[in-house]
Design a binder for this molecule. Structure first.
Ligand SMILES: [Fe+2]
Ligand SMILES: [Fe+2]
Length: 155
């Protein structure tokens, strides 16, 4: 079933929300690949999710450290476990196993829960830090630069 972007997935930080929408797109591309029994597309979605992990997770982790979020370390640990899980699905896919449905279900469940339970947890610290900066300050510049670099020209 497709994941529909709803307001309860929004953190209120536009940069983060745009990134989260990317993974919702991946989930929905995977849904189409499953319907079409298109193994090559499943592989491409796995690649996209890994790319997402390499961009989005460090983005959040850096942000959390910069704003002094007290659970930054455990949040990173949750990301690291997820990266390993995705890697195992990729390995199984490469070995010829049909993991698409399992991967889809894991991904959609994980994303929704992670956003609602964990990502939303660091938002107040970010808002407090950014809200205290004058436009053009280092923090805001860093945020916009990081957003511009996210997934290159893809956004
Ligand atoms: Fe996130
Ligand atoms: Fe996160």
């Amino acid at each position: 079933m497709a994941v529909v972007w709803t307001s309860d997935l929004e953190t209120g930080i536009e940069a983060i929300d745009q990134q989260h929408r990317k993974i919702v797109d991946c989930i929905n591309q995977l849904e189409v690949a499953i319907e079409q029994k298109d193994s090559a597309s499943v592989g491409r979605v796995l690649d996209s999710v890994e790319e997402y992990c390499r961009s989005h997770f460090p983005f959040e982790e850096d942000l959390q450290v910069r704003v002094g979020y007290k659970h930054a370390k455990s949040h990173k640990a949750v990301h690291d476990v997820f990266v390993k899980r995705v890697g195992k699905y990729r390995d199984r896919h490469i070995a010829g196993e049909d993991v698409a449905r399992q991967f889809h279900d894991m991904l959609s469940t994980w994303l929704v829960l992670h956003i609602k339970r964990e990502d939303k947890g660091f938002v107040p610290d970010v808002k407090r830090s950014i809200g205290g900066m004058v436009k053009g300050d280092a923090g805001e510049d860093w945020l916009s630069r990081s957003v511009a670099g996210f997934f290159g020209k893809g956004r």
